[in-house]
Design a protein around this ligand. Sequence first.
Ligand code: SIN
Length: 536
Amino acid sequence: MTSDFLVIGSGIAGISFAIRAAEHGSVTLITKNDPLNSNTAWAQGGISAVLPNGLRDQNDTIEKHIADTLDAGAGLCDEEAVRTIVGEGAQTIEELVSWGTTFDRKNDRYSLGREGGHSERRILHSKDTTGHEIASSLLDTAHHTPGLKILTDHIAIDLITTGKLGNITDNRVIGAYVLDKSTGEVHTLRSDRTILATGGCGKVYLYTTNPDSATGDGVAMAWRAGATVANMEFIQFHPTCFYNPAATGPEARSFLISEALRGEGAILLNEKGEEFTLNYDKRGSLAPRDIVARAIDTEIKKTGATCVYLDVTQKQKGFMAQRFPFIHQTLLQFGHDAEESPIPVVPAAHYQCGGVVADPDGTTNLRGLFAIGEVACTGLHGANRLASNSLLEGNVMARRALARILQQFPPGDNTSAPSIPGWEHGDTAPPDELVNIYHNWDEIRRTMWDYVSIVRTDKRLLRASCRLRNLDREVREFYWGYRVNADILELRNLVSVASLIVDCAIHRKESRGIHFTLDFPEPDPHYQKDTIMHRS
Ligand code: SIN
């Protein structure tokens, strides 16, 4: 099947790109899961934007939003990218509203929340299910968009490049091999404009706020195809994931308690009831995430406690039900009333700040391949993402990527390419020992959690590297030895992404932003640069 645009992924970046692109040509969007189970759809806090005069908080300015983003990014943001993306906040909100998203209002104004690292109130939200509101309005619009075909339950296996097909001088991406999970068939989807919008890789860690689909597929595929990847050591841990030792399902173990609660006055306490974060930063519970997550990690290790607590009991009764109804109800289902007692919380892997190197227009080093949203590393986040900047980035990049493509390589202007051979399964036998796959899946996630999480050392990183090399060898055997299925594909991607994270972390001989190592506990002013990984 050939289309003008092939979009892989169904979060805010992928769907908003597809809706716009369908005005200009045929679009095929593939998604391996229900789009309402994406990181976008799970976002609680909101989307940051400085609105036009009269609608914004009176003290806020775009310059302040830029300064907060640069400050969180700990010296590694690309200021031009920050200016471009932050500068398009108001336009993003206008577009989302035009697609049917509603944000909470107070009188005739948007109600604006605050999160860690933001000096002003600038987070638009829809109660505490902002992501679901955005994802469902986009999806609804997409379903009514002519020329846009959505293939659910389809997972990309690999990007197809002319280089892999034998071209020596011209290496371009010309589509992807895609597995239909429901039939087991592999299809060749041909396109001269392939858009990676696959999101992040939280599932590489044992504990994460991400849905099961966040297995780093985009970074792994792009890397295998020859794309440049950067800054994968910067995995952001969200400070407040519900700590629920009695949890039985993944939903209960990965339940996020939005930073917006702290923006509304919730306070982190240790077991003794002390506001310990003030010992680490004068902004206390509202310091940027790296500082808060590390403070919690240190406190837990120092005191031997299993968790810390987020206290909202000082707020008026009814506050949780009114402002955070989803969190309140979900906690009640888990047997916890946040209005009666502080919520037990621990940090968990949340966001991938690095990724496929791209400019704010999504351009990568591979012709024909664009990376947008969390999968991309644009320089917006630097060494630490400012809260609620990612939905903004996803939408802005989608708009800009389409504009760039239309200008430089509009549909109709298709290239000639070698004919693409159909997919050949390594072996027709289905994998008979699933236990190996599940074991390796667990081993990767446990290794990353134990050796490559909030506080690192060279010794732990080298240990992880050694384990991952063995796992990589075994996973290759599965991949080539059996008929592919979604589990094998995700496992293969997880091991690649875990290896990239570890390799990048080993390269960075300093602590900066969310990469903290006891061996080099300070930032090195002479080493203020990205960790770039070239595939050659
Ligand atoms: C949250 O609601 O705390 C998550 C916001 C974000 O990660 O941007």
